[in-house]
Design a binder for this molecule. Structure first.
Ligand code: BGP
Length: 479
């Protein structure tokens, strides 16, 4: 029976705004996350129009990869990483998004990072946009609501493709692009928050604006893919989706239909466009019923057709249930919440843990698209306790990872073409949803806390040695 392929890309994932820090060094401009405060499991983070001197903004220092990149890459190499997912921070390259020429100091930083990765034989996997919209474009164009933002993005993506095509083979355009189909995407992904200060979940966003902004992201993504294919045919460009397995809460046919509908517009809508090259048939009725009218330029359909991706990637943390009756008992989740599943346990943040859902999802995705797939985020956000000797006994994280890797193995045996696996926040980073450091995912502990204190020292957790063994045995030994 098939196992993980010999060249399986084992590694880990990060994003600049949650990891890098140095928010105003090296000529970097401010991006949307630089305007976001700390929240918690019970109180939401805020986005503020002005950056206030008396408020803590976790992205400003984060885990300070900017000054620790050599040390961190050495740790990744020690675990045996073959791939390292990171994002380029748009505002390091184009500080306001409006410049004509890129910022050389920003380019140099990534050049050094990629050189360091290659020294250890680690392949970079680069996300072009991971919730890192220049804040100036919020002020100027209301973020992605403005069609002008497409040109700004394309200028940026061409600049980094031109500079790094020789050192980066794998690229993703927009992180969790389908978050824009949900209210959660309003701030971090779409940046349609001109003039807004307040809790992130309360940012106003009518579906018309959201889906128009999303259309602009599809065009920006497709133009980037087309450019890469034309100029650098050896590169592989992927999409990136927030995927949540969805089950009907019961076998009542109306629950099954409700679940199918929800699946279409949250899990499939964006990838149907980015993989197949046109808007899917089911969107029409959804748009009609929600008074959404997408304004398209005459060339848009062609651009979408010509800019389809080479591989499909997704984040997978949890599953949810859907019922036609609104609502019984709700569970939390990574944007896509849903009804509580009585058969599953949840994390401390209410995300329902479901490795079988990953096995199921991999088959669903591969069956639909038949292109290579990569799981580019997965993991358990948990409260870790550092012992006085610096160790962290995170057996709960090992259990989570073990069951999810076993699920991937099952899917590979089913015949799914799985390229690789980069668990989220392989080193502790700031949480995207809450802004906390306390919600940790890493195999490596970073001494940094929610009040901004900490030495930033790195120390391997128990899971570090476990994952090292998993990689060494190519996923054979999961004990
Ligand atoms: C995804 C994002 C990541 C990441 C992860 C975990 O939505 O792509 O940026 O943070 O989820 O989420 P959180 O940090 O909210 O626990």
């Amino acid at each position: 029976m098939q196992n993980f392929r010999k060249d399986f890309l084992w590694g880990g994932a990060t994003a600049a705004n949650q990891y890098e820090g140095a928010w105003d060094e090296g000529g970097k401009g401010d991006s949307v996350p630089d305007h976001c405060t700390v929240g918690s499991a019970s109180s939401p983070k805020w986005v503020t129009e002005e950056i206030r001197p008396d408020v803590l903004y976790p992205s400003h220092e984060a885990a300070d990869f900017y000054h620790h990149y050599k040390e961190d890459i050495a740790l990744a190499a020690q675990m045996g990483f073959r791939v390292f997912r990171l994002s380029i921070n748009w505002t390091r390259i184009f500080p306001t998004g409006l410049e004509e020429e890129p910022n050389e100091e920003g380019l140099l930083f990534y050049e050094n990072v990629f050189a360091e990765l290659h020294r250890y034989g680690i392949e970079p996997l680069v996300t072009l946009s991971h919730y890192e919209l220049p804040y100036t474009l919020v002020r100027r164009y209301n973020g992605w609501a403005g069609r002008e933002t497409i040109d700004c993005f394309v200028r940026y993506s061409r600049a980094v493709l031109d500079r790094f095509h020789g050192s980066v083979r794998y690229w993703l355009t927009f992180n969790e692009i389908n978050s824009g189909t949900m209210p959660m995407g309003t701030v971090m992904s779409l940046g349609i928050i001109r003039g807004y200060t307040g809790p992130v979940p309360d940012a106003p966003a009518d579906p018309q604006t959201r889906f128009q902004a999303l259309h602009h992201q599809f065009i920006a993504s497709a133009l980037t893919v087309r450019y890469a294919h034309e100029h650098y045919p050896e590169l592989k460009i992927g999409d990136m989706n927030l995927f949540s397995a969805m089950y009907p809460l019961t076998c009542r046919p109306v629950d099954v239909l409700a679940c199918q509908r929800r699946n279409q517009m949250t899990n499939w809508f964006c990838s149907d466009i980015q993989v197949r090259g046109s808007y899917p048939y089911y969107a029409e009725r959804y748009f009609e019923e929600n008074n959404i009218r997408i304004r398209k330029e005459p060339e848009d359909d062609r651009i979408l057709r010509e800019g389809t991706v080479d591989f499909y990637t997704f984040s997978y943390y949890m599953s949810s249930c859907v019922s036609a009756n609104e609502h019984k008992e709700m569970a939390g989740g990574n944007g896509i919440g849903g009804e509580k599943n009585p058969y599953l346990q949840a994390s401390d943040w209410g995300w329902q843990i479901d490795p079988d859902g990953l096995h199921y999802s991999l088959n669903e995705i591969y069956g639909r698209y038949r292109i290579p797939i990569m799981v580019v985020e997965n993991g358990l956000g948990a409260y870790d306790k550092k012992e006085p000797d610096g160790s962290v006994h995170d057996g709960y994280r090992i259990d989570y990872m073990r069951s999810h890797i076993a699920a991937m193995k099952e899917a590979v045996r089913d015949g799914v073409d799985l390229m690789g696996y980069t668990p989220w926040g392989w080193i502790d980073v700031v949480s995207a949803s809450t802004g906390e450091m306390a919600k940790r995912y890493g195999f490596v502990f970073v001494d940094k806390y929610d009040d901004g204190t900490g030495t930033l020292a790195r120390s391997p957790k128990d899971s570090f040695y476990w994952y090292q063994k998993v990689i060494r045995t190519n996923g054979e030994d999961l004990r």
